[in-house]
Design a protein around this ligand. Sequence first.
Ligand SMILES: C[S@@+](CC[C@H](N)C(=O)[O-])C[C@H]1O[C@@H](n2cnc3c(N)ncnc32)[C@H](O)[C@@H]1O
Length: 281
Amino acid sequence: MVTQDYKQKEDIWFDDGREERLLEYVKEHLDLAASNKSEEVIRLIDEFGVNHHYMMNVGARKGRIVTEVITQRKPKTMIELGSYIGYSTVLFAAAMRDAGGQEYISFEREPKFARVAAAMVELAGLANHVRFVIGPSSNGLVEEHKAGRLSQADVVFLDHYKPAYVKDLKIMESLGVIRVNTVLVADNVIEPGNPTYLEYVRSTPEKKQQRLKGEAATSDDSIAFPSRAVNQYTKEYATDKTELPGLPGIVYKSRIEHSHEPTGVPDGIEITVCLSLPSPN
Ligand SMILES: C[S@@+](CC[C@H](N)C(=O)[O-])C[C@H]1O[C@@H](n2cnc3c(N)ncnc32)[C@H](O)[C@@H]1O
């Protein structure tokens, strides 16, 4: 395992050709005789992050927190929001497979990132376990459910557009994807931070109902975020207007695990368990 920190984030830190260069690097250096292909792919991505370019991956330290959740919860089905180049996809789909799981569904808005992620998954020998849904996640979740390809998830990893965490959680609640004992694992709740999400998963049903009465009809949470986190994916946010109201009666139990970005910058993962669903009227 690579123990050094990644290079620090530059002013432009993605979509400048580094994703394609990373894939070339992994293909060139991959040890075809390695017995554990997923570990080998992760090792090479980390090596590239340390020696060449910053990559916005969850990284080894936070990754270990999530793989522990997977090992304990043993998901049959897992959802990921935000594949990027497939670091978390490879790391967590391998953990899910090793824990007896079947399907890892990864949502990625940007087709060229999804292509790199799919190539990483193939190199890691995980293609039979991973399905990519390309396009904005809110719309993708609804369409997958409509088509009968998504009914529920045992673990959900949220790591895409920070202001969309609550919006997509409400969609998953409304569609019945969140069940009792579903575990939500949310990245970047300290760096850059996600106060709206933390407030939502840490609130009682009564508090969520109260907030609902007081808030405007739209759930545009982008006002609570630093402009860099909002403007990063403006194109997507402007076009995906899919919204569902959620189930404020869901009871969650939530806690933070403090950790670090792959660069060494402090961050945290919020781990949230669904304790109960509202009784149907
Ligand atoms: C921080 S990166 C994900 C990193 C990845 N989970 C990992 O740890 O290796 C965020 C990704 O979310 C994608 N994204 C942003 N908004 C999205 C949306 N609404 N739906 C799907 N993907 C989205 C971005 O294109 C980007 O690839």
